[in-house]
Design a protein around this ligand. Sequence first.
Ligand SMILES: C[S@@+](CC[C@H](N)C(=O)[O-])C[C@H]1O[C@@H](n2cnc3c(N)ncnc32)[C@H](O)[C@@H]1O
Length: 411
Amino acid sequence: MSEHARTSGGPADAAPERGEAWRRRTALVSKLRERGALQSRRVERAVLAVPRHRFVPEVSVKAAYQDEVVVTKRNSEGDPISSASQPSIVTQMLEQLDVRPGQRVLEIGAGTGYNAALLAELVGEDGAVTTVDLDADSIRRAREALEATGYGRVRVVHGDGEIGFADGAPYDRVIVTVGTWDLPPAWWEQLADGGRLVAPLQIRSSEHSIAFDYSDGVMRSSSIVCCGFMPMRGLGAHQSQTVELAEGRIITFHADREVAAEGARGLLDERGTTVWTGVRVLPGADVAQLSLWLACAFTGYGRMNAPFGDHGSLRLLLRWANPAVVDGGDFAYVACRRADIKGEVELGVRGHGPAGDGLAHKVAEQIQVWDRECRDHVRLKLEAHRPDSGPIAAGRFVVPKRHSRLAILVE
Ligand SMILES: C[S@@+](CC[C@H](N)C(=O)[O-])C[C@H]1O[C@@H](n2cnc3c(N)ncnc32)[C@H](O)[C@@H]1O
């Protein structure tokens, strides 16, 4: 493991830049604003200042300023293991992180170095950014791009993000840009009291970028955003499993390795029943909160993917990461039908297996509880506690992890 500290001046192309890259960058900023992924002037200024195309030279300038992930590295099976993340999740996470000038920031997952450059803009000359990556080639690439664009003052560290980087601690902000199953001890220890951690946290295969404020030994969520990141490798790796749901069709169920997911195999080809809930949503809206709620409520929760929409007679709520639950030899998933009111859909639950009807009723009941108690985003909160910190008061559900316990609360 090696670490390099660099101190050089500001952005190389800070002088007003014109031409294609600038035009496309400003267009991207407008798009991100329209989509609500970018709100503050500070984050906007950072996105305008950092030339993303210089961090992803393998794609055209046009592609560098699409709101798309750019995959930069794959493993031997062809799965992506490094990338420049999609700009809209990058800016949403930076909004969540709320970085102030002069702060000390740790990033886990350097990748191309692009986000580290944005962080360097946000903390300014008086702040400090450290970014860590597991792969030596990513580190080399990030360091070169950061130096070439004038952000050589970013500290680029080769190491496992699971253990953070104690040398620069305490940090005012920690941002994790790779999917994590847990909040390992180093992140708690290296974050300053009063600091903020933003991480794409997996809870039974649902994933949300959660901003946690840390004080008195507890992390309390201040915002929750839906996301999908490549999973962490190395010390914090956590295996998941995939089950084919239907013979000869590409419909899969992804769950934590602790879940007895095999019971779901082939069940969609059996008879099923549907329970309608009377709960209506606008497709796309509220769904992050609902999937988080169900993931906490059911130990057998997983996400169901039907990329070609071929899932039988019912419409899934989501083509990717549709909420689903397995329980022994029974399987239930969230479906929807048109409600004919302002584009809304009514949520239903389809159950398969010998007691699939009962499972569908249980899931439907939780959807109704969520609807009654939790539709207002502000009221759904997560708290993370250390495993040895005593009983958790008022937690609606508690999800145990190895290094932490997560409690979902309704306030
Ligand atoms: C989505 S990319 C990060 C994107 C990056 N922030 C950017 O702006 O380009 C995820 C990165 O996390 C790294 N990673 C995976 N497991 C890691 C670990 N245990 N510690 C540190 N980095 C890790 C991968 O090598 C990959 O480069």
